[in-house]
Write a protein of this length. Sequence first.
Length: 59
Amino acid sequence: MPVLFAFFALFVLFIFNSLTHKLVVQTEMSTERQPNVFRTINILITILLISSYVEVLFT
């Protein structure tokens, strides 16, 4: 189960990073703000994935 969830988590992170990249390109965001946007979204998605893994693990 942990290996399957790890692949799922990597897939989700990849999808959200590609969507974030499209958002950055479409809104023509400055290069100074781009790393902050990516970092924030990646941290939030990682927290979401960890909390869902813990819930699945203990259910």
